[in-house]
Design a protein around this ligand. Structure first.
Ligand SMILES: N=c1c2ncn([C@@H]3O[C@H](COP(=O)(O)OP(=O)(O)OP(=O)(O)O)[C@@H](O)[C@H]3O)c2ncn1[C@@H]1O[C@H](COP(=O)(O)O)[C@@H](O)[C@H]1O
Length: 148
């Protein structure tokens, strides 16, 4: 039997249940392109960035472990704000998180198109079916512990 705290809906979930958000407009181009611009900027910092003035260049120069650690820290900060129901702070932490995810992609030599293609491939497939059909060849070191 799980502890009672696991059954209690979070404040964020309770808020979500009581609101209706209109679907996003999906422009052919627009603000979403900021991700591509940001990846280009960070990749440029990797190759020609000045570590005295560029946070991206400095972080990339510290190596993969530091890049990954920063992403983890930003994820935790985002989770804390969301679970506290701090909407404005969650937006700010989300931006930090996305930026640090792009730094991790640059460090790993991953282009955004690879991730977009994977998201497009998954469109319309339920998460449960997708997980069952995952290729066995790709080793995933990270394993999550299942909660009841
Ligand atoms: N979106 C961001 C962005 N979000 C967060 N951050 C920085 O991330 C850092 C996080 O601070 P922390 O104290 O958590 O981390 P830290 O300074 O590495 O400290 P330690 O963990 O090492 O102690 C801050 O310096 C933030 O300013 C960002 N830095 C840059 N960008 C974008 O990247 C572009 C290029 O930035 P530079 O590489 O700095 O030129 C900018 O124009 C922005 O568009």
């Amino acid at each position: 039997m799980p502890p009672p705290t696991l059954r209690k809906p979070s404040k964020a979930l309770r808020n979500a249940e009581s609101r209706h958000l209109a679907p996003l407009d999906v422009p052919a181009s627009g603000d979403i392109q900021v991700l591509a611009r940001l990846w280009n900027t960070i990749e440029g910092r990797r190759t020609a960035g000045d570590t005295t003035i560029s946070h991206s260049a400095r972080l990339l120069a510290r190596g993969t472990a530091k890049v990954a650690q920063k992403l983890g820290e930003e994820a935790v900060e985002c989770v804390i704000e969301a679970t506290q129901g701090n909407r404005a702070a969650t937006v700010l932490e989300s931006a930090d998180l996305v930026y640090h995810l792009l730094v991790l992609w640059v460090d790993a030599g991953i282009r955004p198109e690879e991730v977009w293609a994977e998201l497009v491939r998954r469109e319309g497939i339920s998460g449960i079916a997708e997980k069952a059909a995952r290729p066995k060849g790709i080793v995933r070191a990270a394993q999550t512990t299942k909660l009841p």
